[in-house]
Design a protein around this ligand. Sequence first.
Ligand code: SF4
Length: 342
Amino acid sequence: MTAVLEVRDLKVRFATPDGEVSAVNGVSFDVNEGECVGIVGESGSGKSQLFMSVMGLLAKNGRTLGSAKYRGTELVGMPVKDLNKIRGDKIAMIFQDSMTGLTPHLRIGKQMTEVLVQHKGMGEAAAVKRALEMLNLVRIPEAARRLAQYPHELSGGMRQRIMIAMALLCEPELLIADEPTTALDVTVQAQILDLMADLKRVTKAAIVLITHDLGTVAGLCDKVQVMYGGRFMETGSVQEIFYQPAHPYTAGLLASMPRLTEGRREKLYAIPGQPPNLQRLPKACPFQERCDYVHERCVDELPLLRDVTPGHAKACHLLSLANPVSDPKAPSLKVATEARSA
Ligand code: SF4
């Protein structure tokens, strides 16, 4: 498999008046051609900042350490004018809030054709034709009429479809969708996910889906990476994550998913406690304060990702969830060592 994106030991730091925030703490992964990768975690897990850093879109007080390569070209530290040639062209991003992603005072047609003129050097007529094709692809009714409309004249679901159409205009090789359905009601959410599944087949673009909702990744993604406290807790195929979870956090996320249970009212499980403060992350395992299986080692040694089976990895000291005893062979970093290297 050929990697479109290779990320190695990526860290994101923010300088604040109250001290440094460690939003992402050394993650490594590949996104391969045509693959859909789900990045799942609660808000504050670092999942969005990870991709904002890859795209060079961190806030001014943020900095990226480590490496993120698009087709072998280093993105970290790349000058903005070079990054702009890749952003929106080879790598495109869809945001949660379509009202922010679209320019309110510009007609849809103008916003779409400008991208094509800028990145592809197209003439006006060719750009309009391509914009119409994309609106049809994302199933916008009366596409020609929409080109003359402003964002506020459209429903939230339609605006999100237009955001997706805009992201696809230049035929990106990698599409990063950050909570693309969160702001929409449930039926529209299902339509957008259905649309993304179709686009995955039609466009062959690699997709990264960033979400707090494990259910969202089920029908769309090939791989899932579960993030917490700026680290990957578990990575694996959708089947492994859903049917053989190996990390207590993943198991907690699965248990808190709503299920259809006929004729019974079941109270939803909620993982106790709150996500950690990224300014004062617990030493060693970031999940220790909320974990039912926490033991002495979890407080002293940072668990490293290790294979459960090939392609399925977890960062936890336990032998397994079925046999939750500490595994002395589990690779780890003594906290003092980690503190020096961070
Ligand atoms: S390392 Fe310890 S605290 Fe962390 S998830 Fe595993 S058992 Fe829980």
